[in-house]
Design a protein around this ligand. Sequence first.
Ligand code: NAD
Length: 292
Amino acid sequence: PLPRVAWIGLGVMGSPMAENLLRAGYPVTGYTLEQHKLDRLAAHGGVPAPSAAEAARNADVIVTMLPADADVTAVAHGPDGILDRARPGALLIDMSTVAPGTAVALAAAGAEHGLRVLDAPVSGGEAGAVEGSLSVMAGGRAEDVEAARPLFEVLGGTVVHCGPHGAGQTVKAANQLIVAAGLQACAEAVVLLERSGVDVDAALDVIGGGLAASAVLTRKRRNFLDRDFTPGFRIDLHHKDMGIVTAAAREARLTLPLAELAARLIAEARERGDGGLDHSALLRGVERAAAS
Ligand code: NAD
């Protein structure tokens, strides 16, 4: 039989990911803060639990897909935390994007409770979660990654073991640096094309056939052109990720000018009150600068 999965965190990403596991035949018990997301899980054949610890109690595999470091730590530790309640020998997979150090600390705490732990953040956005085409960046022991591979392959099209605990998160930080810089470049190009009076759709078609073709441009094209900034991936979450990127750069004793600039532009978008919008809303900053 397929392993029993506990899924903690049924947000933009977690809900469609858990639904893909249900479709593939995995029994899934879930917990999240919003009742309507628990109802949605039940409608797809999953079992809502009254708490994270209750969801984790009988699971073979526990997946967390939570916003940030503090959420993962809170759900793991504490009297009603999953570390205390999970079955020894269970596999705990944190698929949230957190700092590499948080992943290393979770692996150590898990080991004290007899749990096997992986960090396995993803890239591909909501569309990738729905399609089951995410990139899964795994950190931890090779045998644990192999044990989780069938589950990862339901969720993603590219599954790579990146190295020891935390390595998946380091790769995800690099990924987020590229996405941030790419979004800003694409937003600037779109506004430049529009203001220059060329046919923007034709322009983006031909750009997409050359060296500047990018997943960011393809996936965010409609958001940019329609000024539809419904998340998607919230600016607030990308701000959290740029904090991880800049800390990693400091630790590696590197100066990364583009990472610093992208982090600043994302922080400014947040200060403007755009934190709840999709990160393609960086375009609003370009337009604002053009107006002033
Ligand atoms: P989200 O805010 O939509 O969902 C987070 C979910 O976690 C919510 O449903 C919330 O109820 C739940 N939650 C928060 N605290 C909880 C707690 N204490 N106990 C139980 N549930 C709790 O976020 P998201 O967009 O799904 O992102 C989740 C993670 O994946 C983040 O780390 C994000 O950086 C990363 N990520 C997001 C995307 C994207 O495109 N949205 C892509 C790749 C990675």
